[in-house]
Write a protein that binds this ligand. Structure first.
Ligand SMILES: Cc1ncc(COP(=O)(O)O)c(C=O)c1O
Length: 388
């Protein structure tokens, strides 16, 4: 038996990320415009960095609370009051080592062997991978694509529910499609969950990146206190903190001890000095988040208007999240196209093959970047597309 085959089959069958594969192919090339991963071009702002550095200098280098320092949990509660109009006591909040780890902990908390999770595809690949690694079966339900717009078919979700279904995983606004559930969609999905006694695992990390209003509709707008909904979220995108790896969970307080234990047996809590940075982000970062949202909107318009004007790309401007998900006439193999595009234009795109069923023919471009760079990327891409 080879060494690899003697590892856990679940671990061995975890797929290589199709996004990382292309990034590794062309990482660090001169003149590269990297629109392939979901992050912007700005480093974290000074006031956030300084709060973390001050905490380090002040000796905050010890073990800390598993659930998060009390000030940060209170700041999360205040954040939801400010931006979601809802009062949630601190017992609802758990600080995690990234949004990804929030997903991992939530999935661990919900999964028994053989459980199925229904999720919507095309989807960020880490969701299905995290489910499978935890021993759940990920059951993809495709969003529908018509006239450049993505939509959910609730009948298909209900048809995918079996006696083994444990939860519905809903990412809205969606990476990579930009599909954003309406309040009515959310109410209908919640009704399905209630009818079949399922959990909802809600990934609303892009809720603030919504271009048709103040913020995207949230399950918080339609649920009652005793609904089984767990939210995963992250500091990564709003506050330009992707490299920090800090996120959070919002969950019913009754789950608190279980979540605390799972955090104890994984990271044993997020470094306290990093939590001070996250605290500054929440307490002093509203203007910074707004400037990121404004930039994303402007760059989305530049990129999408240019590409749509070629008449060779099927897409509409997405209402939410940070991505243009492009169906380019003539592209039949998005993995090969991503390699060819980065070779010929120096623009890094993520291939749709990375995002599961329904995404194969698409290319994803992240537009959280300064408008001048996005204009250059759009010009190069249009040039390429018109020669296809
Ligand atoms: C839908 C979605 N959820 C969760 C995450 C995790 O974010 P992070 O681990 O950087 O906090 C991402 C990152 O791209 C994402 O797109």
């Amino acid at each position: 038996m080879s060494i690899v085959n003697s590892l856990s089959p679940r671990a061995v069958s975890a797929p290589e990320s199709g996004i990382v594969e292309v990034v590794n192919y062309a990482r660090g090339r001169e003149g590269l415009l990297p629109l392939w991963v979901g992050e912007g071009d700005l480093p974290s702002p000074e006031f956030i960095n300084k709060a973390a550095m001050d905490a380090l200098a002040g000796g905050e280098t010890f073990y800390t609370y598993q659930r998060g320092i009390p000030e940060l949990r209170q700041a999360l509660s205040d954040y939801y009051a400010r931006h979601f109009g809802i009062t949630l006591p601190v017992e609802h909040f758990y600080v995690t080592g990234s949004g990804m780890q929030a997903i991992q902990i939530a999935v661990q908390a919900l999964t028994s062997p053989g459980d199925e999770f229904v999720y919507l595809t095309p989807s960020w690949p880490n969701i299905a991978a995290a489910l499978e690694i935890a021993g759940a079966r990920s059951v993809g339900v495709q969003l529908q694509f018509e006239g450049g717009k993505w939509d959910v078919d609730l009948g298909r979700i209900e048809a995918a529910i079996t006696s083994k279904t444990k939860a519905l995983f809903v990412n809205t606004p969606s990476n990579p499609t930009g599909w954003t559930a309406t309040r009515e969609d959310l109410a209908a999905i919640l009704a399905l969950a209630r009818k079949h006694d399922l959990w909802i695992l809600a990934d609303e990390i892009y809720a603030r990146y919504y271009f048709a209003g103040d913020r995207a509709p949230s399950f918080l707008d339609v649920m009652d206190g005793d609904d089984k909904v767990m939210f995963v979220n992250s500091f990564s995108k709003n506050w330009s903190m992707t490299g920090w790896r800090v996120g959070w969970i919002v969950a019913p307080p009754q789950t608190g001890q279980v979540l605390e234990n799972l955090i104890q047996y994984s990271t044993s809590g997020v470094a306290q000095f990093m939590q001070r940075g996250a605290l500054a982000a929440l307490n002093e970062g509203d203007a910074f988040v707004q400037s990121n949202i404004d930039k994303a909107r402007q760059s989305r318009d530049i990129l999408c208007d240019a590409l749509i004007s070629t008449n060779r790309v099927q897409t509409l401007k997405p209402d939410g999240a940070l991505y243009a998900f492009l169906k380019i006439d003539g592209v039949t193999d998005s993995r090969r196209a991503a390699i060819d595009i980065v070779d010929k234009t120096g623009v890094g795109l993520a291939p749709g093959t990375a995002f599961g069923p329904g995404g194969e023919l698409f290319m994803r471009a992240c537009f959280l970047r300064n408008p001048a760079q996005i204009r250059t990327a759009a010009e190069r891409l249009c040039d390429y597309i018109l020669k296809l």
